[in-house]
Design a protein around this ligand. Structure first.
Ligand SMILES: N[C@@H](CCC(=O)N[C@@H](CS)C(=O)NCC(=O)O)C(=O)O
Length: 228
């Protein structure tokens, strides 16, 4: 059976949503990143980047959330637009845009706003600005069309859901007012039974909630290594 290595964080949750949407049988394997389980040799053999999510499906191992979304969509033939060059181009562009822009900038915005030991105005401003700019690009797309690619719900919408529902953490609750169409999409997806099951999944395993010294050492390794 397909193994899904996960935690309750945004990138694994996109994949949990997709697995639940497809109805594929899977075994969820918790990786408690606050306890450092992402750094074990066994997990590094699956994802050398020491991050969740990852899947093992027979002899296929896939890591990086949007790569997994595409893999699962191609495996099942579900949640993909029609295979025309136009829509394929849009699919790949938006999938990579979310992976390389929305996720990293929103993630750094959360980091500098909530976790960095010093509140550095320059870093907070840069990442909030870039996170907002990226969410603004999604908003502009969703003013023009109901879903991100084509005319049906698909994997790019799932990728967007993973990060856009963190807008209150990445930017602040009041920022929803700036992105009404993004909120419309997030609310629509969150109301789906598959999203409820994805959210419920993380309650089935006990993940560490405290962000203590052990968690800091596991997740913020740069704090112990001076490179600059
Ligand atoms: N590009 C990767 C990023 C994965 C990622 O950053 N995962 C986070 C959770 S959202 C994680 O594993 N953090 C643990 C750590 O950084 O040690 C993806 O899209 O899957």
């Amino acid at each position: 059976m397909l193994k899904f290595f996960y935690s309750g964080a945004p990138n694994p949750m996109k994949v949990a949503l997709m697995l639940e949407e497809t109805g594929l049988p899977y075994e969820a394997v918790p990786v408690d990143t606050r306890k450092g389980e992402q750094h074990t040799p066994e997990f590094l053999a699956i994802n050398p980047n020491a991050k969740v999510p990852a899947i093992v499906d027979g002899d296929a191992t896939v890591f990086d959330s949007n790569a997994i979304l595409l893999y699962l969509a191609e495996k099942t033939g579900k949640f993909l637009p029609a295979n025309t060059p136009k829509l394929r181009g849009e699919l790949l562009s938006w999938l990579m845009f979310v992976a390389s822009g929305v996720g990293p900038f929103a993630g750094q915005s959360v980091h500098f706003r909530q976790y960095a030991p010093e509140k550095i105005p320059y870093a907070i401003n840069r990442y909030m600005y870039e996170a907002q700019r990226h969410f603004g690009i999604l908003e502009a797309r969703l003013v023009k069309q109901k879903y991100m690619v084509g005319d049906a719900y698909g994997i790019v919408d799932m990728a967007v859901w993973g990060w856009a529902r963190l807008i209150p953490n990445a930017l602040g609750e009041e920022y929803w007012a700036k992105f009404p169409n993004l909120k419309r999409l997030v609310d629509e997806i969150s109301a789906r039974p598959a999203a409820a099951r994805a959210n419920e999944l993380r309650t089935k395993h006990k993940f560490k909630t405290e962000f203590d010294e052990e968690a800091r050492r596991a997740m913020f390794k740069h704090m112990d290594v001076k490179v600059a």
